[in-house]
Write a protein that binds this ligand. Structure first.
Ligand code: ZN
Ligand code: ZN
Length: 384
């Protein structure tokens, strides 16, 4: 049973009678289609949110094209909106609250209990399964036929979304809600990789490979924590220029014909770096990243490699330097804790992630996906 916002709703409407406009992915590698869907009322621990905006993340593209999510499905996982109805057991959110969504987690497994929800034992099912794990249902349907939802606990490529109160983070209503959605995945992943996963220390050097939203957020976060050198390796000249404004101390074009390893060492002051972060998922770059690390250095991997990729690593060389390797999910974030910290940094001007964003109307969601794939836009945001 949910508490409903009556405004604009006919009195005779049943609790499951809301309709939303949604972008539905019906077939791999095909454009999504904008269609009407029926939206169920929120369950006890859920909220119904009217989306204001949602970011487009690389994972949306991967799931549309390759990762085996069940279809038809509504993707989208950087939603921001206003709470329109709350379930009976929701205590921390009320109608009218501004929220942004983050990933879903069970709350009960050992990692969730230790505030490490990015490593929830049920992460895959809860975020990619397309249905509620407990009963196989979906809050979305069309003429009684199930449409998969619950993508990252939200499916935010729609004008309405059902999420658990647990993965909706309340935000200051005076902030521009149309900009905040990407905090829920891309920004928190990049910034969290630096601040939570690698725990980059002041006065130490880091190299970051790739300047998508995740890499750029890592650059900004590295500046925040006081890294002595923030070196970005990125082939796109416009992105290298922007990175220098956002906190990079040096940028390297890996395609200019020179020795990238030597260039990173030179930019670090000569010896190498303490931290290397790959956001590209390209095996050859992971190898390069392992080669530029100083003793006791840490290699963080965020970029998703092809499923059968093998990465050549000289294990003796890694052993001799005592390197650590960390595969990073969602920046090791506990969203209810970390997103407010990121918002505080944004308010103080230290995390200007809005400079990565270009807005698109919902009708142009396929164009927004294409702009991300082509590299024209770092972080497309759909505005409803
Ligand atoms: Zn869990
Ligand atoms: Zn994402």
């Amino acid at each position: 049973m949910g508490t409903e916002l009556a405004e604009g709703q006919p009195l005779q409407a049943s609790k499951a009678a809301r309709q939303a406009r949604a972008a539905i992915a019906r077939k791999q590698r095909e454009p999504m289609s904008l269609e009407m869907v029926d939206v169920a009322a929120p369950r006890d621990d859920e909220v119904l949110v009217r989306l204001v905006a949602t970011g487009v993340c690389h994972t949306d593209i991967v799931c549309r094209d390759a990762f085996p999510v069940p279809m038809p499905i509504v993707l989208g996982h950087e939603g921001a909106g206003v709470v329109e109805a709350v379930g009976s057991k929701v205590g921390n959110l009320a109608i009218g609250d501004h929220v942004i969504f983050s990933f879903n987690s069970c709350g009960a497994c050992s990692n969730c209990q230790s505030h490490e929800p990015a490593y929830c034992h049920q992460f895959l099912g809860l975020n990619f399964g397309g249905v509620l794990l407990e009963d196989g249902s979906s809050p979305l349907s069309q003429n009684g036929t199930l449409v998969h939802a619950n993508f990252f606990g939200q499916s935010s490529f729609a004008t309405l979304a059902i999420a658990r109160a647990k993965n909706a983070v309340k935000v200051d209503p005076t902030l521009p809600l149309d900009l905040l959605g990407p905090l829920g995945c891309g920004i928190q992943t990049g910034a969290g990789a630096v601040m939570n996963s690698l725990k980059v220390r002041a006065g130490r050097a880091i190299v970051i490979f790739g300047a998508g939203a995740v890499g750029m957020s890592a650059v900004m976060a590295a500046k925040v924590v006081g890294a002595s050198a923030v070196i970005l390796v990125e082939p796109n000249a416009a992105r290298r220029a922007l990175a220098l404004e956002l906190g990079a101390t040096a940028t390297i074009d890996p395609r200019d014909g020179s020795d990238t390893v030597a260039a990173i060492r030179a930019a670090s002051g000569g010896a190498g770096v303490d931290y290397a972060l790959d956001t590209t998922g390209i095996p050859a770059i992971m190898t390069t990243a392992s080669e530029v690390l100083l003793p006791n250095g840490q290699l963080g991997l965020i970029g998703i490699p092809p499923p059968d990729a093998m990465v050549p690593l000289n294990i003796m060389s890694i052993y001799a330097r005592g390197l650590s390797l960390k595969c990073i999910v969602e920046g090791d974030s506990d969203p209810q804790v970390f997103i407010p910290q990121l918002i505080a940094l944004y308010k103080s001007g230290k995390l200007p992630f809005d400079r990565l964003i270009k807005k698109f109307p919902f009708d142009q969601i396929n164009e927004a996906m294409a702009a991300s794939e082509s590299g024209d836009v770092i972080k497309p945001v759909i505005v409803f």
